[in-house]
Design a protein around this ligand. Structure first.
Ligand SMILES: [Zn+2]
Ligand SMILES: [Zn+2]
Length: 881
């Protein structure tokens, strides 16, 4: 061997190791793929986090899963690209910077557009790299040399080119439509940015008098101020009570405007009085009714949510103040029939929580149906696979009902719409580059549309704009379509659907082959994490406390696609313990190797336990390979974890200690082989600790070995190592040890104490057990250990455990002081009996069962059942003594 191993530190210190290794990996350029046309690349484009973002656990999960895939594919020798980026996040960023200005007592209007945008750029320089730095701490092996920002020159040109092309194809148009309007942000927001919250409101019943008549009709509304914008009253044609009124005219209360009573099938007879007011400018259903009947559209709101000139006497009042005054006025005039409490959903801005108003305004739209059709086909015919599969239906259902997409936002931060209006001929100029003069009349008096594009317009282009589109670049040619889009399931419509539509439109091919949707992270009680609840956890704090690898393993182990994940301190602690276990086992193995050690597996003489651990290892590799291919990362790493902890550390290493000094039968070749392989198996999930240990293993491996674990090959199964017979024989020995250990702990036998044990085995298993007798003795601390044939006479007062193929007989006297144990058990039985009696009284009390909350009663019942079971076990134990 030649090299003598340097002593590796006693304890694993993630803080020191992580920073050093990450820097080293970057310097070596391992994260940057080499384009090789003979190989199929593996590509993930990272969902770009918002620049406003601080890393939260959702990002940590995204980064962990994507890094697992990336590292796994890289270790398979594929050119692997994980491209990172950041989103300018129009509305979110503008909101944050406006809040910052507010602290200085300013609004964006005080600064003006240009200065304000400058401030946002400054802010971006200062904070925009936070999230990248945080990703580095997570060990993300993305190619930072290809990092992109949605407002970079490349993506910027992609956005403008797409806009112009869609416009020229007639797929982008400008129109007066009803949009969701946030009066606080003074911009349109998409349907997806509106949170519908159940609110306790009122239903006001208002009397509209008929013109030139003492007759009247009563309508019900949840927003009385919109009366000012009514242009009709509608009734259902089948509603007999109103047939005689259809075609008549009513006079609007307060403002005195005259409007018709019309018939429309959409009116629900059961709602309110069955007669409804129609306000096309401020309600989506009314807007459509208005279109069908050619009703005028009367807008009563200013952009900031105050009433405009159409509101007559209420002009300039805030919308909610107007509501109050109008209701008071109606009451005064005797037109308010009644008020009923009414619970209904009210839309709130997901950014600032202001109540959203449906509002008619001039906006830009993408005509979505022609883009949706190919995107539906791509998923329906399997060119894009969604994992988990149940989201296929959700996607298809949503896409089939998709409506035109309002892409203009009345914001200052974002991609400005590439449309210039001519002040002389009033025509539009739509172009990628700013035109010098009007193409219609030659005038130079041009003015750019003030609006910016919805953020999702640029992120919809992400998989091809990051690779160089609209240019024909080598990257675009080689890396598109990408392999996997990995993101949270709640973003499938916001983003995934748009990338599919835009990718197909611009590139003529799908943007990715697989969509992997992960779940949301919840706290240990299963609650969603939110600032309001105060249960948000900063991943960096967890990294400081437990180390990156522990956090990554806690996030990825035992999770499955599309299902929410519970994260608890105990899970993180267990993960950290696993890191320590791995570290200590490695130290033990490496500490026993010197220059005279033979560690060549091909020359080793293998014992039954050697053959067993190798068989288990290669069977594990087979399973892991399948799980990784099936995107079942949680399952893959749970299996590796269980193998390393249970079979390798707790079993094989322990029994190998018996022959460490045996030069003829040394376990070292197997120990080194299994350690090296386990480290490589674990590397995608636990990059740091595995590299740190592996650098100590590497000099032992000989031959042509990679310089880093992250570019060494992922293990492949050697099926010739898999041996069912050996596994079966060892399984019995393991079962015996487990049974003895369980009994010891049940009876509180001191760990250091040796106890007597007899094992009765069937003839065919006798030899197998005999060869493992010494291991069983050591691991179960059972001595003397006697192996007998079955049907032997049993010792009196013994605990017997029946296993398949063997019976374990443990004399009580050897384990416990009978008198002490009897007293102890009796005490426990008494305590248990008292508690049962107390609970029974409580549950028999009708006052308690009828008044306490159902879940409390349920909990008490559960306690009672558990106690009764415990009592039975205790009594059984006592009778055994
Ligand atoms: Zn808002
Ligand atoms: Zn012109």
């Amino acid at each position: 061997m030649g090299t003598r191993l340097s002593e590796i530190p006693k304890a694993y210190d993630p803080q020191i190791v992580e920073a050093r290794l990450y820097k080293h990996w970057i310097e070596k350029g391992y994260f940057t793929p080499k384009i090789d046309c003979t190989k199929q690349p593996f590509v993930i484009i990272m969902p770009p986090p918002n620049i406003t973002g601080e890393l939260h656990l959702g990002h940590a999960l995204t980064a962990t899963l994507e890094d697992i895939m990336t590292r796994w594919h890289r270790m398979q020798g594929e050119p692997t690209l994980w491209l990172p980026g950041i989103d300018h996040a129009g509305i979110a960023t503008q909101f944050v910077v406006e809040k910052m200005l507010a602290k200085e007592g300013k609004t964006r209007h005080d600064l003006g557009r240009e200065k304000f945008v400058e401030r946002v750029w400054e802010w971006r320089q200062k904070y925009g790299n936070n999230i990248a730095e945080q990703h580095k701490r997570l060990g993300a092996s993305c190619d930072w040399s290809r990092e992109r920002f949605t407002m970079d020159a490349g993506p910027y040109r992609a956005v403008r080119t797409t806009f112009v092309r869609l416009y020229e194809k007639g797929l982008i148009y400008r129109g007066e439509r009803l949009v969701n309007w946030c009066p606080r942000c003074t911009t349109a927001v998409s349907d997806l940015e509106v949170d519908h919250k159940d609110t306790n409101g009122n239903l006001w019943y208002v009397r509209y008098n008929l013109k030139d008549s003492s007759d009247f009709i009563t309508v019900a509304t949840t927003r009385p101020e919109t009366i000012l914008g009514d242009t009709a009253v509608a009734v259902n044609p089948n509603d007999a009570q109103y047939t005689h009124l259809v075609g008549r005219t009513v006079v609007l209360p307060v403002v005195g405007r005259e409007i018709p009573i019309i018939m429309d099938e959409s009116v629900e007879q059961a709602f309110g009085t069955g007669a409804v007011k129609v306000t096309p400018a401020h309600d989506p259903i009314d807007f459509e009714t208005g279109q069908r009947h050619n009703l005028p559209i009367i807008n009563i709101l200013n952009p900031n949510g105050t009433m405009n000139e159409n509101a007559g006497p209420y002009r300039n009042l805030d919308r909610f103040e107007c509501r109050k005054q109008l209701v008071a006025d109606l009451e005064k005039e005797g037109l308010l029939v009644k008020v009923e409490p009414h619970q209904h959903a009210v839309g709130h801005c997901s950014r600032c929580n202001a109540v959203i108003e449906p509002w008619v305004s001039k906006q830009w739209f993408v005509k979505i149906a022609p883009l949706a059709q190919p995107a539906i086909a791509a998923v329906a015919d399997g060119r894009i696979k969604i994992i988990p599969e149940r989201f296929n239906k959700v996607y298809l259902n949503w896409m089939e009902n998709i409506r035109d997409w309002c892409i203009s936002r009345q914001l200052w931060w974002g991609h400005r719409i590439p449309v210039w209006y001519c002040r002389d001929c009033n025509e539009m100029n739509v172009a990628v580059e700013e035109p010098k003069k009007c193409k219609h009349c030659g005038s130079t008096r041009l003015e750019q549309d003030p609006d910016v594009l919805d953020t999702w317009f640029s992120s919809g282009l992400w998989p091809h704009s990051t690779l160089g589109w609209p240019d024909k670049t080598e990257d675009l040619d080689y890396f598109y379509p990408t392999s996997v889009m990995e993101t949270a399931y709640d973003i499938i419509f916001f983003w995934v659907a748009r990338m599919i539509m835009m990718g197909l439109e611009n590139m003529g091919d799908v943007p990715f082959r697989t969509v992997y949707l992960h779940g949301l992270i919840r706290d240990e009680k299963g609650e969603k994490m939110s600032k309001v609840k105060g249960n948000v956890v900063n991943p960096l704090d967890l990294i400081d406390k437990y180390g990156t690898d522990a956090l990554r393993i806690a996030l990825s182990t035992g999770t499955s696609p599309g299902n929410d994940i519970k994260l608890s301190d105990s899970k993180l602690e267990a993960s950290r313990n696993f890191c320590n276990k791995l570290w200590n086992a490695s130290r033990f193995i490496l500490g026993n190797i010197d220059e005279t050690s033979n560690i060549d597996l091909s020359k080793a003489k293998l014992t039954i336990e050697d053959r067993w651990i190798l068989s288990r290892l290669h069977r594990l590799i087979q399973h892991v390979d399948q799980s990784m291919k099936d995107f079942q990362f949680g399952e893959a790493f749970r299996e590796i974890h269980d193998f390393v902890w249970g079979e390798f550390c707790d079993w094989y290493i322990e029994i190998s200690k018996l022959r460490l000094k045996d030069k003829e039968n040394s376990p070292l070749p197997v120990l080194v082989h299994v350690l090296d392989t386990s480290l490589r198996l674990l590397h995608p999930a636990m990059p740091f600790i595995t590299e740190e240990i592996w650098q100590n293993v590497r000099p032992l491996l000989g031959g042509d070995v990679a310089e880093s674990i992250m570019i060494s090959p992922y293990p492949t199964a050697d099926v010739s190592r898999i041996d069912d017979e050996v596994e079966k024989r060892m399984a019995i020995a393991i079962d015996i040890v487990r049974a003895i250990r369980n009994t010891r702990s049940e009876l509180h036998v001191e760990p250091a104490k040796w106890i007597e044990a007899t094992i009765a085995v069937t003839a065919d298993m006798k030899q197998a057990i005999e060869t493992q007798a010494q291991s069983i003795e050591i691991l179960a601390r059972a001595r003397p250990l006697t192996i007998i044939d079955t049907a032997h006479e049993r010792p009196d007062k013994a605990k017997t455990i029946v296993l398949s193929g063997a019976e374990v007989i443990l004399p009580m006297s050897g384990m416990v002081d009978m008198n002490v144990e009897r007293t102890r058990l009796q005490k426990e039985i008494d305590g248990c009996t008292n508690e049962i009696a107390r609970l029974e009284v409580r549950l028999a009390d009708e006052k308690f069962t009828s008044k306490a909350p159902a879940q409390v009663v349920e909990r008490e019942r559960g306690k009672l059942t558990a106690l009764k079971e415990k009592l039975a076990t205790l009594n059984e134990r006592l009778s055994e003594l």
